[in-house]
Design a protein. Structure first.
Length: 271
């Protein structure tokens, strides 16, 4: 036994794996552990001191990251479809904005397109309806004109309210005109001109006796006015399409609350 112990000790000393550099692979040395723990403590203390010295606003911002900075790892199918359709809508609207400014491909026709848009503006239609109402002498004509005036006022209020809720901007940074500010048509969704011309065309088709060519021209006028707003970069395609839908719904609303001839005569007498 006494002879075997010196032999085993000598064998351990001669073993290469028992050296310090090889011991660190299997089991870290105590000295290394202590040095690492001390360095970690020092770095932790330095980090804590730096955090204490940091601005409290920066600490709050680091603790509460905004939602848009967080990556959604598992988006839903509806979210992917909605974002894809939105991207297509923006891309196509920008491409169709050929009269957005003077430097555009159809920049020379911008004045003519703006003139076409004025034919669908609310202020000229309200003024024209009032003039016709004053000059009208028949009960049927006054009834139709009073309900048309009601439809125009409802269109301005409904579109202005929806635009204030959505607050969607157009594809280009186009400043609204004076007439747009008067009718509170300052945002893109829904398109006020599109809703108005859709409501007017449906109103005239139902309450006026028109020949077939005039009926076709009325529908073409509504389509041209609506998409002219895309050409000048004021609205997206979906804004115009939704405007057509809202215009039809407004016509249905006016049909439901249609004022009779007696009511119109009472309102005219008060006015």
């Amino acid at each position: 036994m006494p002879a075997s112990q010196p032999r085993s000790r000598a064998r351990d000393r001669n073993n290469v794996l028992n050296r310090a550099e090889f011991l660190s692979l299997n089991q870290p040395l105590k000295g290394n552990q202590e040095s690492r723990s001390s360095s970690r403590k020092q770095s932790g203390q330095a980090g804590a001191a730096g955090a204490q010295n940091a601005n409290p606003k920066e600490r709050r911002q680091s603790q509460q990251l905004p939602e848009e900075d967080c990556m959604q790892l598992n988006p839903s199918f509806k979210g992917i479809a909605f974002n894809s359709l939105l991207a297509i809508d923006i891309c196509m609207s920008k491409r169709l904005g050929v009269c957005a400014n003077r430097a555009s491909s159809w920049g020379g026709a911008r004045s003519m397109i703006n003139l076409l848009g004025i034919t669908g503006h609310g202020i000229p239609w309200i003024a024209g309806t009032l003039i016709c109402l004053v000059k009208s002498s028949t009960l049927a004509g006054q009834e139709v004109l009073m309900n048309l005036l009601l439809a125009l006022l409802l269109d301005i209020m409904i579109v202005a309210g929806l635009q204030k809720l959505a607050k969607r901007k157009g594809p280009y940074d186009i400043t609204p005109g004076l007439l747009d500010y008067l009718t509170m048509d300052t945002y893109a969704f829904p398109a006020g001109h599109a809703s108005r011309v859709a409501m007017l065309s449906k109103f005239f088709l139902n309450h006026l006796v028109l020949a077939i060519p005039l009926r076709i021209l009325l529908v073409l006028w509504a389509l041209c006015v609506g998409f002219s707003r895309v050409m000048i970069g004021r609205h997206h395609i979906t804004d115009v399409l939704s405007g057509f839908v809202f215009g039809y719904l407004q016509f249905r609303l006016v049909e439901l609350i249609w004022m009779s001839s007696n009511t119109c005569q009472m309102l005219i007498s008060i006015w």
